[in-house]
Ligand binder design. Structure first.
Ligand code: HPA
Length: 236
């Protein structure tokens, strides 16, 4: 058992999907996995292991924000020998280039967080996706009959959902960033540190330009598309 995950060694698969919401983890396990069993309920941050198309796969909630993601990703990678993590999350659209419910596969993640400034002594690190996972996700998306566009590009991992300084998004948008969420920079950095493989796939659930928001039902449908892409990429 690690500090925040109550799994015995071997109970977590080498491949893990990570939604922010632990109830999404439960929904993914019940909807997509065969023979799913819950391995941890510590702090309500549920984790499950089952099989998908014959591959052992786990689903673990990450919580919201880079500190929470960092705790769970560090324990999965450092203590459970997890090889591949694919985040399946939501993001806010930052530009009209992306529409509501579009899927963004994150090639890399910018951040306004201080976490990597501390980690890299004030210098800048460029957290990027594993290329093979990225390629497999794009190929999986191309084979699915999706109702919404799939983009490959940059996300901004912000420390604040309720920002008091929205103007700070502007330079990121001017440099091509497509969406804002709160976890990918930490995930990519930690996967690199441990020599493992990570990818982040997000559905646009609200839009900071058009101010649209999705209904719960719409989120479920598009979330399912994203999970299929993630499962195919993670087990390719
Ligand atoms: N900001 C940060 N994280 C998010 C957002 C947002 O607008 N939407 C979904 N995750």
């Amino acid at each position: 058992m690690s500090t925040h995950i109550a799994a015995e060694p071997g109970q977590i698969a080498p491949v893990v999907l990570m939604p922010g919401d632990p109830l999404r983890a439960k929904w993914i396990a019940e909807t997509f996995l065969d023979d799913a069993e819950c391995y941890s309920e510590v702090r309500g941050m549920l984790g499950f292991t089952g099989t998908w198309n014959g591959h052992r796969v786990s689903v673990q909630g990450s919580g919201m924000g880079q500190p929470s993601m960092s705790i769970y990703a560090s324990e999965l990678l450092g203590e459970y020998d997890v090889q591949t993590i694919v985040r399946v999350g939501s993001c806010g659209g930052l530009t009209e280039k992306v529409g509501m419910r579009d899927i963004i596969i994150a090639q890399g993640a910018c951040t306004d967080s201080g976490i990597n400034r501390v980690r890299f002594h004030g210098l800048d690190y460029a957290p990027v996706a594993d290329f093979e996972l990225l390629r497999a996700a794009v190929e999986a998306a191309e084979t699915l009959d999706l109702d919404h566009a799939v983009h490959v590009g940059l996300l901004l991992s912000s420390d604040q959902f309720y920002t008091t300084r929205p103007e700070l998004n502007e330079p990121f948008v001017a440099h091509g960033v497509l969406g804002v969420e709160m976890e990918t920079s930490a995930l990519y950095t930690l996967a690199a540190f441990h020599g493992r493989f990570a990818l982040s796939i997000c559905t646009v659930s609200d839009h900071l330009v058009t101010h649209e928001a999705t209904s719960a039902q719409e989120r479920e449908q598009t979330f399912g598309d994203m999970v299929e892409i993630a499962l195919a990429a993670a087990t390719a």
